[in-house]
Design a protein around this ligand. Structure first.
Ligand SMILES: *Cc1c(COP(=O)(O)O)cnc(C)c1O
Length: 236
């Protein structure tokens, strides 16, 4: 019988090869270079041992969406040369914990959160790259600032000590047309870069729609299921 660790490694390696194939094909179809796209492996619900396997396979960026889970996992993997991305909604009182391990926060959606992240980054002597999450359906229920609020929030982030404005992030609205959503995000990013040319990141695309996102200018895809398998629903 196969060692279970070897079996898991083979499984993840196969998932990674398939995701790489999709990313490369989407780049080729869009006339873009593979190096324009960062692949973030979203490891939520999966153990630190999977993060270790991903790192061994050459993945440099991992993402998490719940602080209670991410903190211990990041600590467990502190010896690995990884960039940690936080992609979930953040309660303001979790800012200190998130700043202790996250290099990039994708979900900045309100001034109070930016202020809390800034305060904690200064306290910890860290610089945190922040993406402003945009609610592309104009419904902030799933996180994100409405498009009309993007410029002002980006300004707040850019002016905050300890924070670096990295760009924008969005999740395609449920049941909507992903191409339309990602095209809108690309336009918002382009408008933002008039005043903030350094804010080049467009975080868009997940397992189901990364091809559409890359076609519409995404520079970073956040992929969980296609790499690691279907997640068990978790109980909070
Ligand atoms: C879980 C999650 C992902 C990854 O989703 P998959 O469909 O599993 O690839 C991407 N972005 C965010 C914000 C997530 O919470």
């Amino acid at each position: 019988m196969k060692n279970p660790n070897t079996a898991r490694r083979d499984e993840i390696a196969a998932g990674l090869a398939e995701v790489e194939r999709r990313v490369s094909a989407a780049c080729a179809a869009a006339g873009r270079a593979r190096h324009e796209i960062t692949l973030v492996a979203v490891t939520k619900t999966y153990p630190a041992s999977d993060v270790r396997i991903l790192a061994e396979l050459g993945v440099a960026d991992v993402g998490e969406n719940r602080d209670q889970e991410a903190g211990p996992k990041a600590l467990d993997c502190a010896d690995l040369p990884l960039t940690w991305h936080f992609v979930g909604q953040i309660q303001t009182n979790k800012a200190r914990s998130v700043v202790s391990y996250a290099d990039v926060v994708h979900s900045v959606d309100r001034p109070r959160l930016a202020e809390a992240l800034s305060r904690e980054a200064v306290r910890a002597g860290r610089r945190v790259t922040c993406l402003v999450q945009v609610a592309l359906d104009d419904d902030p229920a799933r996180g994100g600032v409405v498009p009309a609020g993007l410029a002002a929030l980006a300004e707040t982030v850019a002016a905050s000590e300890g924070l670096v404005l990295g760009g924008v992030m969005a999740v395609a609205p449920l049941g909507g047309d992903p191409d339309r959503a990602f095209a809108r995000l690309a336009q918002l990013s382009s408008d933002l870069r008039v005043d903030h040319p350094e804010a080049t990141v467009i975080s868009a695309g997940m397992s189901g729609d990364l091809d559409h996102a890359i076609a519409r200018g995404s520079t970073l895809v956040r992929v969980g299921t296609a790499l690691l398998g279907r997640r068990k629903p978790f109980v909070r």
